[in-house]
Design a protein around this ligand. Structure first.
Ligand SMILES: NC(=O)c1ccc[n+]([C@@H]2O[C@H](COP(=O)([O-])OP(=O)(O)OC[C@H]3O[C@@H](n4cnc5c(N)ncnc54)[C@H](OP(=O)(O)O)[C@@H]3O)[C@@H](O)[C@H]2O)c1
Length: 374
């Protein structure tokens, strides 16, 4: 397999690179990476390889080929030589690059996610040996749509919780059209909080929220104690996606990769966060910090309004983050991930999500939320 991958420097991409190096010895990976020049590209790749694989365990020369490109540019900004090489050699594609900032302005999110995906597949159309392609999406294209969300579900008019997921929904509209002409499947992922070891490779809004909770600034979540949180690990997402891509590929299909009904109840999320926070923060042990309450939507709306009238910057920060995430809690969503769990069985087991959250929190605290990383 000659695989073109976008997003290899991201949380999901790095894990896919590790998985491919360990499990697909015959795969050659062309990794599209943005950089100001070929020299910078080389430097970015060396730094990434050093992070991914310890000295002596690096994949042999030529198995990973960095290619300079930017998905926001037509033709990906490829040099004519690279464009011709990819067109003649690539057999498989995984498009994972995206702007995943939940609060990026919609136009910015669209530029990378909708337009960027269009640019990727316009280039893919030129590939003469293409066998299969994957687009990496998110379960949260469900937006504010309540209840069970299946692999076959898509269109809704419930609105979105943040511009990111709106842009990913709009991208799916494009990708679904493209499925009529290309051997293409899409993979919707859960919210990823770290590696199975607890290591956080890229900090996101969930870590920002966990940090504010750890510092005692989160007073309440909307929802019910049983509301499920769709959290998972980078390792599971990468292993599941690549196993499905290689062994269970079906053009035109959408795969749900997440915990589904085995997700983490909101009450457990709060209890674990408080319990682990108490390991390093004495104010939790002394009762000066209290676990957030779980309240109904109306009560939360009132609380939110009251807090916005105060001058407390931290409260405003919590509200801003909550505004980009809590809509999923109040929609009482459950993502149907059973079909993938049945396909993969014990070969790619779900990570134990309670342990994962504990380990991620411990990693965050040990590294001062990513500031003290070596
Ligand atoms: N992480 C999650 O919780 C999650 C959940 C559901 C779905 N997903 C989906 O999974 C995919 C990967 O997400 P992630 O968490 O790995 O994101 P990430 O950690 O933020 O990484 C994003 C990747 O996209 C690349 N990228 C961004 N803009 C680019 C551009 N203009 N040209 C080329 N590359 C560009 C980044 O490269 P640079 O290093 O140059 O920035 C990076 O490699 C996305 O499609 C996302 O929507 C993620």
């Amino acid at each position: 397999m000659n695989l073109l991958m976008t997003g290899i420097t991201g949380a999901v991409g790095m894990e896919m690179a590790r998985w491919l190096a360990a499990n697909a010895p015959r795969a050659r990976v062309f990794a599209l990476i943005r950089a100001a020049s070929p020299v910078v590209l080389k430097a970015r790749w060396s730094k990434l390889a050093a992070k991914l694989w310890p000295e002596g365990q690096r994949p042999e020369e030529g198995r990973f080929v960095p290619v300079l490109g930017d998905i926001t540019r037509p033709g990906l900004g490829l040099s004519p030589e690279d464009a011709e090489r990819l067109a003649g050699e690539v057999t498989h594609v995984i498009h994972s690059a995206a702007n995943v900032e939940l609060d990026a302005p919609l136009e910015e999110a669209r530029l990378c996610n909708v337009e960027g995906t269009r640019h990727v597949f316009e280039v893919v159309r030129t590939f003469r040996r293409l066998e299969r392609a994957a687009y990496v999406s998110t379960l949260f294209v469900a937006g504010r749509r309540p209840g069970l969300f299946r692999e076959t579900d898509f269109e809704h008019e419930a609105g979105f919780v943040n511009p990111y997921e709106q842009s990913k929904y709009e991208t799916e509209v494009y990708v679904r059209g493209l499925m009529k002409e290309l051997p293409l499947a899409q993979f919707r992922l859960a919210y990823l909080i770290g590696r199975d070891t607890g290591e956080v490779t890229r900090y996101n809004s969930m870590h920002a929220l966990l940090r504010l909770l750890h510092e005692g600034h989160v007073g309440a979540f909307p929802g019910t104690p049983e509301t499920l949180m769709e959290l998972s690990s980078n390792d599971y997402a990468a292993a599941a996606l690549l196993t499905l891509f290689r062994e269970h590929f079906q053009p035109g299909r959408t795969f749900h990769i997440g915990s589904g009904a085995r997700g983490l109840p909101l009450q457990d999320f709060i209890d674990i966060s408080a319990e682990v926070s108490a390991e390093t923060e004495p104010r939790w042990r002394q009762g000066a910090f209290l676990p957030p309450d779980i309240v109904d939507e109306d009560t939360y709306t009132l609380l939110r309004r009251t807090l916005l009238q105060t001058q407390n910057k931290k409260s405003h920060e919590v509200i801003r983050l909550g505004d980009t995430m809590y809509g999923h809690l109040t929609a009482s969503q459950v993502f149907d991930c059973q079909p993938v769990q049945e396909l993969l069985g014990e070969r790619v087991p779900l990570p134990p999500v309670r342990e994962l959250l504990r380990d991620v929190l411990r990693h965050c605290m040990a590294t001062n939320w990513g500031r003290n990383r070596s």
